[in-house]
Ligand binder design. Structure first.
Ligand code: FAD
Length: 512
């Protein structure tokens, strides 16, 4: 909507603003957390009702969260986010732990090959992750944000449009058009508007009406997600760690167990889009459980003696990675903002393949980047450019590396279906470097595993560890070693071959 009335003046200092955040998912909450510390006045609007809950269990069973379709899929917070909570919001981290969220340490994740020789290092504290049901994470963070003095959370508010002043160059967002069940559509003004409405954000279509069109890069993730929740039976404990890991990749199927809060856990099976037979089978709870029982890394978890299912099988498809930018590059590389006083954050800005578990971490990193941007510069155009640049610096290396890995995983899945072998010498060499060098080297060296994990957990660019001479030497040395001397370092068999899995699930194998 084009603005017809001027925005009201706000009694704020030049560095403190009135801010409307659209959406109270992880990114909206992260924005409120990060920005409230600078004294901004923040109103968070969400169309969903608040959690009707006083406990994590009620949040899981009763919270009607239509606005976040994936809220009951497995979630973990990577080490970068755990660290940020620990260092910037220790009282929030404590609340999460009090609610039952779990710290999984670097030592907890060691492969069997390294457990007996493990020597702790102080830096391992920075490799802890946080897991729990996503409803618990969101419920607790939301409660914490609601207690902040300069933040107001409003629920049942549907935002329908932006208010844009098109008389300025570039156009400036000055507010939103919103409605509730009891109040008609009306304008609400603010100095700054943040889009945190997630992966289905309508904001680009609202801006397009004003001629503002962001650039978008979109890539398919190539997988479908299937998640089922379980609860340990009274008196039962989680199984001890075995030889076969609790997460793995069979090419035609990826699996992972997510220990969660209050005696709960979930299992996610990710199936390549091309595996049509497995996709159909996995929605059937009996077949999902049969698939789990055939995977030695998770079979013990879902044994009927140990746990009971606590949900149906939740499926999710149409997964894509997407990078949205509101900056244009003009002649001679000069950057300019397409719109000012507006920032996109979380999935509305950058959406990543859920397999990497990076979405919530990105949202928090972006929220802090935005807070620092507003502190650093008062010029609306410069702010837009600086924010976009910070996201490029902080997230682009992980995004590009993920897109590359996803393409390679899709090729592998295609070969699994067609039965084709890797033909080129380069392809075979790369496969051998991964299987006969990197994998056994990492499984045989705690320092190398630490280095690899820093990249995975967004603590340093994902490929840096593979460029350090000491690491390269270790890996190359492993490559030239005869197989007989390193056979104990190869991963154990993770599960049945593709054909056998189809037989077990009575699924029709996809054909090329
Ligand atoms: C299957 C799956 C598994 C994942 N697993 C992980 C994981 O393990 N770890 C991890 O870090 N990330 C994971 N992610 C990614 C992570 O969930 C997302 O990155 C995260 O939810 C993004 O948060 P958000 O706030 O941007 O969007 P959302 O969480 O989707 O929140 C958007 C909010 O906006 C509100 N809203 C939307 N439109 C309007 C409107 N018009 N008016 C008012 N309110 C509106 C919605 O109600 C909602 O509350 C996963 C994603 C998927 C799909």
């Amino acid at each position: 909507m084009t603005q017809t009335t001027p925005a009201p003046t706000h009694e704020l200092s030049s560095t403190q603003h009135s801010i409307i955040v659209l959406g109270s998912g992880i990114a909206g909450l992260a924005s409120a957390l990060a920005l409230s510390r600078d004294g901004h006045t923040i109103t968070v609007l969400d169309r969903d009702a608040p959690p009707p809950a006083t406990s994590a269990d009620e949040a899981f069973t009763q919270w009607n969260r239509k606005g976040v379709g994936h809220v009951r899929h497995s979630h973990a917070f990577l080490a970068v986010l755990y660290q940020l909570l620990r260092d910037s919001y220790p009282d929030l981290l404590q609340r999460l732990l009090d609610a039952g969220c779990r710290e999984l340490t670097f030592e907890d994740g060691l492969p069997a090959t390294l457990r007996n020789t493990y020597q702790p290092s102080p830096e391992d504290q920075d490799l802890t992750i946080l897991t729990s049901r996503r409803t618990t994470l969101e419920f607790v963070i939301r409660g914490y944000v609601a207690d902040l003095p300069n933040v107001t959370l409003e629920t049942g508010v549907r935002v329908r449009d932006l208010v844009v002043d098109t008389k300025t160059r570039p156009p400036a967002v000055t507010g939103v058009m919103a409605e509730t069940d009891t109040s008609p559509l009306s304008a609400r003004h603010a100095d700054i508007v943040i889009d945190a409405t997630g992966r289905t954000s309508q904001v680009p279509s609202w801006l397009a009406k004003e001629g503002i069109v962001p650039t978008e890069e979109t890539e398919p993730c190539g997988i479908l997600y299937f998640t089922r929740h379980y609860r340990l039976k009274p008196g039962c404990e989680e199984p001890s760690r075995g030889i076969v890991p609790g997460a793995g990749d069979l090419g035609y199927l990826k699996y992972g167990v997510f220990p969660a809060d209050n005696g709960c856990f979930s299992i996610t099976l990710a199936v390549p889009e091309i595996e049509t037979g497995l996709r159909m089978a996995m929605v059937d709870p009996a077949k999902f459980d049969a698939a789990c029982m055939s995977l030695p890394g998770i079979a013990d978890w879902v044994s009927p003696d140990r746990s009971d299912p606590a949900s149906k099988v939740l499926g999710m498809g149409k997964l894509a990675s997407r990078w949205r930018s509101f900056i244009a590059t003009e002649n001679e590389g000069k950057q300019c903002a397409l719109v000012t006083n507006f920032f996109a954050i979380g999935d509305a800005a950058i959406r990543t393949n859920p397999l990497y578990g990076r979405g919530c971490s990105c949202a928090f990193v972006e929220a802090h980047a935005l807070a620092e941007t507003l502190q650093a510069n008062g010029d609306p155009q410069q702010r837009a450019i600086i924010y976009a640049d910070r996201l490029e610096q902080a997230i682009r290396p992980y995004y590009d590396s993920m897109v590359k890995q996803d393409k390679s995983a899709m090729l592998q899945a295609e070969r699994g279906v067609s039965g084709a072998k890797t033909a080129s010498l380069k392809g075979r060499l790369m496969a051998s470097f991964a299987e006969d060098a990197i994998t056994p080297a990492v499984r045989g060296s705690t320092p190398l595993l630490r280095e690899a994990m820093k990249g995975f957990h967004m603590l340093e660019p994902p490929m840096d560890w593979l460029q350090r001479p000491a690491n390269i030497l270790r890996i190359l040395w492993m490559w030239v070693r005869p197989k007989a001397t390193k056979k104990h370092l190869y991963p154990p068999k993770l599960g049945p071959e593709r054909d056998e899995m189809h037989l077990r699930l009575d699924a029709k194998p996809a054909t090329a």
